[in-house]
Ligand binder design. Structure first.
Ligand code: NA7
Length: 485
């Protein structure tokens, strides 16, 4: 007979919602703990102008929840948030989520084989299984620039967008040109009086097609979800995913050359001013930083309101930004598109596994998890989109769904009473890490640029193998790699 397990899911973003739906479908007993007042995770937190998902909308859905309502090929952040709210209602998991419930501690009890979960309120609960769905990029990274606090105007990180800040007709400074900075340029160029884009490193820009879906198309999608499946499971999308993953794992091959050629041609054909063109020309390999997909950046950056500043920032002063060559940019608003601490995951919550082993201690060198999901010394603790997964390679929804299928098979071991605790062996995990690190160094992420894909030692913190290898690996855990007690 199935053992009845108590599940805690941490986080009500894309992955936590997925876990809730899957657990509910199996009739499991679970609670989702969400620190804020709304679902959505990254899509709740990021509201900056221009926010767009860089995975085509019909592919950025759960496989079991196609969505006929997308307005365009690439969806805005608000639309994606709306999709997740729709799914939560459709699958009836809203009441399974406890809002305003930040998890601050998890302690494994070896004798009882359960986790004690503590909330910021001090309340404590006991669970047999913890599903950690707390996200990857959610701790804003502020730049280490002298005088940052002295700026007298509006100043904020992009994940903390200030709606009251002067933007329309104002002088705006934007530090950073990752995916976020680039999207903000496209949205603000025609609104501001002046936009100074502080660009430390130029970006590779992959041209993509944005187009609206008509009412007739949405009617057709509603009438026949097979039309949606043809898009999200078809070769144009999935084939591109596979080709891209092959390119980034075979960096001297023809697919990577094709990526670089398309981006350079895009720069050549789109930017008229030769001085600006050189400012925007990247001097490292394509996709080393996250490749930027955009149909509008090069147009926006040529708007007369935009100035691309490639000098070095000396310091921030109360009224603007001083460059090392003495140039001063007077600003009303300063936007920091400077990225996130990508190595935090569930932290700062304290997690203590077997024999007092803490997550901080286990991750002292680098965050890692067995195939990005489980950790030796931390039984019955399962991560969705944990460290070393394919975050830069393909859709996080696809990853989370496949990881769930793998995790669910490990949970079956507990359900069926074959053991009360399951975790990977130290040996199996060490072998995985060794193979992963060796392979990661030869992927594009290890080709010599700085990016959030790299850990503290400069090793790419990502999945280094093909999409097909990921699919195959996720299809069935190798139980011999696990300690079952
Ligand atoms: P990213 O991709 O980490 O980009 C951060 C940007 O900020 C990048 O251009 C950095 O330049 C720049 N940066 C960081 N610190 C500084 C300082 N001190 N001075 C100047 N410029 C600086 O973050 P995003 O938010 O754009 O994107 C994160 C992910 O979210 C993205 O990949 C998608 O997955 C969604 P650098 O390149 O280091 O020279």
């Amino acid at each position: 007979m199935d053992r009845k397990l108590r599940f805690a899911v941490i986080g009500a973003g894309m992955a936590g919602i997925l876990a809730a739906i899957k657990l509910k479908a199996r009739g499991e007993t679970f609670t989702v703990f969400e620190k804020t007042d709304r679902i959505g995770g990254t899509w709740r937190e990021n509201r900056y102008p221009g926010l767009t998902c860089d995975v085509p909308s019909h592919a950025y859905t759960y496989t079991f929840a196609p969505y006929a309502e997308w307005r365009a090929n690439y969806a805005t952040g608000a639309e994606v948030q709306g999709y997740f709210e729709h799914v939560v209602e459709t699958y009836g998991v809203h009441d399974d989520i406890r809002f305003h419930s930040e998890v601050t501690g998890l302690v494994w009890d070896e004798a009882q084989a359960h986790w004690t979960l503590t909330l910021a309120s001090g309340e404590a609960h006991v669970f047999d299984v913890v599903i950690c769905a707390s996200g990857v990029l959610h701790h804003p990274r502020l730049p280490d620039i002298a005088g940052l606090d002295s700026f007298a105007g509006a100043k904020f990180h992009t994940a903390r967008w200030d709606d009251s800040a002067p933007i329309d007709g104002a002088r705006v400074g934007l530090v950073g040109c990752g995916s976020t900075g680039v999207q903000i340029v496209t949205a603000l160029a025609s609104r501001v009086k002046k936009l100074v884009h502080f660009q430390r490193s130029p970006q590779w820009i992959m041209p993509v097609q944005q187009f609206a879906f008509s009412d007739e198309q949405r009617d057709a999608f509603r009438a026949d979800t097979g039309l949606i499946d043809a898009i999200r499971f078809g070769d144009e999308y999935l084939g591109n995913v596979k080709r891209f993953t092959d390119a980034i794992t075979h960096i001297d091959g023809p697919l990577m050359k094709a990526v670089e050629d398309i981006c350079l041609q895009n720069l050549e054909n789109s930017v008229r001013d030769p001085v600006l063109k050189e400012k925007l020309r990247p001097d490292y390999r394509a996709a080393c930083k996250r490749l930027i997909y955009s149909w509008s950046f090069y147009d926006a950056v040529q708007n007369p309101s935009v100035e691309v500043e490639t000098g070095r920032i000396e310091r921030i002063e109360p009224t603007g930004v001083r460059m090392t060559d003495g140039t001063f940019h007077e600003l009303d608003t300063l936007v920091l598109a400077t990225g996130f601490h990508a190595d935090r995951f569930i932290r700062p919550a304290g997690v203590t596994g077997q024999n007092g082993l803490t997550l901080d201690a286990f991750w002292a060198r680098r965050p890692t998890a067995h195939y990005a999901m489980t950790l030796p010394g931390f039984p019955n603790f399962f991560m969705l989109n944990g460290p070393t997964g394919p975050v830069g390679n393909f859709s996080l929804i696809d990853i989370a769904e496949r990881q769930w299928d793998y995790i669910d098979q490990l949970i079956d071991v507990l359900r069926q009473g074959e053991g009360r605790a399951v975790m990977p062996t130290t040996t199996a995990h060490a072998d995985y890490e060794e193979r992963r690190i060796a392979a990661a160094k030869t992927t594009i992420f290890g080709s010599g640029c700085s990016s959030w894909y790299l850990d503290a030692e400069g090793v790419p913190a990502s999945w280094p193998w093909s999409y097909d290898t990921f699919v195959e690996t996720m299809s069935k855990p190798k139980l011999e790699e696990f300690a079952i007690a």
